[in-house]
Design a protein around this ligand. Structure first.
Ligand code: CA
Ligand code: CA
Length: 294
């Protein structure tokens, strides 16, 4: 463990000499970092999921992101991953002029505006690890959309910060070593898949699949959609909620997607499903009213 923490300190403090890029095939990856795509309107808080797949168990995942600080205001990195003892994983996130909160290792982190450093650590002192071989949602990176932000998509990219004599990298730490991710000589083959915040005008928050907007996703939603499609019943209160498969079209496949999830153990519906949110994808559907989300 001590070795792993030492490796963390080295990542944050010193980085490593940078090398020329190399092509990485996803099938050969030792780790995959990915960010989600979410939507929000000016003034709102958005939560961007940060997920990691790793070929081996790991104790820490560290990221360095670029974002448009004129559009997004960084708030926090909130833990999602829960340790076997029921406690949340330790998270950190810092932007310009903040001081890194690394517990026993205090480090001043001088980042330029528009850069975000952070990470998720299974534990400083225990023997817990984060799992291998599955994509695990470790944390949410929380931003507030700045008032007056333009209606556009704004990207979030994993990049290496190099300035002031140090590097801030994307890396995972196992018990005994640090694996740097991204193009570079001697780097573990990896995929760094950035995310997006889609800034929209204000529309109601909704829950995917709840076609009749009664706050519950059940059989009645599929019946409401089928009634709308084939029996000329009144329009649906929130078309985006009825678009269960999020393909931008209301049709029988949406009822099928919901029924497969409800009764055949099929996958969850696309976000926003586990919690209220807005449609992260662009389509021609609307959400005129949805009263079941705060
Ligand atoms: Ca419903
Ligand atoms: Ca659909």
């Amino acid at each position: 463990m001590r070795q792993a923490l030492s490796a963390v300190a080295v990542v944050i403090l010193l980085g490593r000499p940078w090398a020329a890029g190399q092509q990485v095939e996803p099938g050969s990856a030792v780790a995959v970092f990915s960010l989600g795509t979410v939507a929000g309107s000016p003034g709102e808080v958005v939560r961007v999921p940060f997920s990691v797949w790793s070929a081996e168990e790991f104790v820490g995942a560290f990221f360095c992101l670029r974002y448009d600080h004129t559009v997004l205001d960084f708030v926090a990195v909130d833990p999602v991953f829960v340790l076997p003892n029921g406690e949340p994983a330790y998270t950190l996130g810092f932007v310009r002029e903040d001081r890194c909160d690394l517990g026993e290792i205090g480090v001043a982190c001088d980042l330029d505006k528009g850069w975000l450093g952070g990470g998720v650590i299974s534990s400083w002192r225990s023997n817990y690890t984060m799992p291998a071989g599955v994509e695990t949602h470790l944390a949410d990176i929380v931003f507030r959309v700045r008032p007056g932000a333009p209606m556009a998509e704004t990207p979030l990219r994993f990049e290496v910060f190099r300035k002031y004599g140090r590097w801030l990298e994307n890396a995972i730490c196992t018990w005994d070593r640090t694996i740097f991710l991204g193009p570079g000589e001697g780097v573990g083959a990896s995929v760094l898949s950035g995310g997006m915040v889609r800034i929209t005008s204000w529309t109601p928050l909704f829950r995917r699949g709840d076609a009749n907007a009664d706050s519950t996703v059940d059989l009645s939603d599929s019946l409401a959609l089928l009634g709308y499609l084939f029996q000329g019943e009144d329009g649906l209160p929130c078309e985006d909620a009825a678009d269960s498969n999020d393909d931008g079209v209301l049709e029988i496949s949406d009822a099928v997607a919901s029924l497969v999830h409800l009764f055949l153990g099929g996958p969850e519906l696309p976000a926003p499903f586990s919690e209220c949110g807005r449609d992260p994808t662009v389509d021609a559907l609307s959400c005129a009213a949805y009263g079941a989300c705060p």
